[in-house]
Unconditional design. Structure first.
Length: 278
């Protein structure tokens, strides 16, 4: 993937090296529950993070700008390019905040921890990234270590921000509250996550145009992205963690579904083709 000459927005908040935010009222137990539920039972930790937003989680403030290290610069360039693409595709687009941190940090949705992986908090419209996840994704989950594979994960989180702007996220939460069972509620979560995958593909289709070719996919990049989409499918994660597949517990979609929707977004370049709900 070509990116090093891409535009830097200078809007990344760097909290690395800072101590994690403090928790009140048994917050650590809350974090552990979210981790166990997410990684071993296949349930999305996001509602748990949101449920914990009422806990006192000390917010931190890091340096805002373009990080000096290459990994931080990559986040800045990719995030800036994703913002440029969506500003062209969606009227009234407002860019999210981006925070990179290590180990743990306070968020508007409660306490965030690295083991949760990258996540988006709608309460403060911020994307949180612990960059050690890239190595974990490659060594523990069998995902690709290629630049585009990492960019896909970032763009997926920006997709959740778009869903907040369009109201899709709020509609899903309401539908989940009305659901008659956890498996029914999970279906809405799967649709939301697959749409974010599709939106990541839409970004990839427009990245070069939005940057005059300075940020662009190269030969083999999409294959690396699909390798990662396959590795983080719910069925693959469940096989690793519990040795069996439980479809009714899916929250992000199967490997096949994630690859399909990432590809659809890239091939069409049209967010209107990302209707995963119908």
């Amino acid at each position: 993937m070509r990116w090093k000459d891409g535009r830097r927005g200078g809007n990344v908040e760097d909290r690395r090296g800072m101590s994690g935010g403090k928790l009140a009222g048994g917050g650590i137990g809350f974090v552990l529950i979210a981790l166990v539920v997410s990684y071993f039972l296949g349930i999305d930790p996001q509602p748990l993070l949101e449920a914990g937003s009422g806990m006192s989680s000390q917010q931190q403030t890091g340096d805002v700008g373009t990080p000096e290290d290459e990994a931080g610069q990559f986040v800045d360039v990719v995030g800036t390019n994703v913002n440029d693409v969506w500003a062209n595709l969606y009227d009234g687009y407002k860019k999210p905040n981006v925070v990179i941190y290590s180990q743990g940090t306070g968020t508007g949705c409660g306490y965030g921890q690295a083991a949760m992986g990258p996540f988006y908090c709608p309460a403060d419209q911020t994307i949180y990234l612990d960059l050690s996840f890239w190595q974990q994704m490659e060594t523990q989950l069998g995902a690709s270590g290629a630049d585009f594979a990492r960019a896909y994960v970032i763009a997926h989180e920006f997709g959740h921000h778009v869903q907040t702007l369009t109201g899709a996220s709020q509609q899903v939460r309401q539908a989940q509250q009305r659901a008659g069972s956890q498996s029914e509620a999970n279906k809405y979560s799967v649709a939301l996550e697959l749409q974010a995958d599709c939106y990541a593909g839409v970004w990839a289709a427009h990245a070069a145009t939005a940057s005059n070719g300075r940020v662009a996919l190269e030969r083999g990049d999409m294959e690396e992205g699909l390798k990662t989409a396959n590795a983080i499918g719910d069925d693959m994660l469940q096989k690793r963690s519990q040795g069996r597949v439980t479809p009714e517990a899916f929250t992000h979609g199967s490997a096949e579904q994630r690859m399909e929707w990432l590809s659809r977004g890239y091939q069409t370049g049209d967010p209107r083709q990302c209707d995963t709900f119908n």
